[in-house]
Design a protein around this ligand. Structure first.
Ligand code: AMP
Length: 113
């Protein structure tokens, strides 16, 4: 997927609207358009990264921004939350711009489907 066709890159550029929950120079956290829980946010680097090997380079920034979203939405008061990254089609990945899902507000099953 090219950067110009990437929905998350378009959100970063403001070409597609999104509810911005937290943001740094490097990372954006938005509300998922199709929420799978009462709270469902997506945290992704503003840089278009597709491959897992580049995740370590942005991991600290991603988790700092996720922490800001957790605090802003007081997710720790909800009894638990889940952070998930789908990588590859078999894992259910649809958008080829790496991102963490942050889900909260309902019980979650294990193992995930
Ligand atoms: P994944 O299947 O792990 O690649 O997750 C992609 C996520 O992006 C899905 O949960 C979608 O609902 C979400 N998504 C797709 N387009 C948008 C959008 N324009 N704004 C917010 N979330 C989106």
């Amino acid at each position: 997927m090219s950067e110009t066709a990437c929905v998350f890159c378009k959100i970063v550029e403001g070409e597609i609207p999104a509810e911005r929950i937290a943001e740094t120079d490097e990372v954006l956290v938005i509300s998922d358009i199709n929420p799978q829980a009462p709270h469902h946010y997506l945290a992704f680097p503003k840089q278009h990264i597709e491959v897992f090997s580049k995740v370590p380079g942005v991991a600290r920034s991603l988790f700092e921004c996720i922490e800001a979203a957790v605090k802003k939405r007081d997710l720790e008061s909800l009894g638990g939350f889940r952070i998930v990254m789908n990588l590859g089609k078999a894992a259910g990945q649809e958008v080829e711009h790496i991102h963490f899902h942050l889900l909260a507000g309902r019980p979650f099953q294990w193992p995930p489907g």
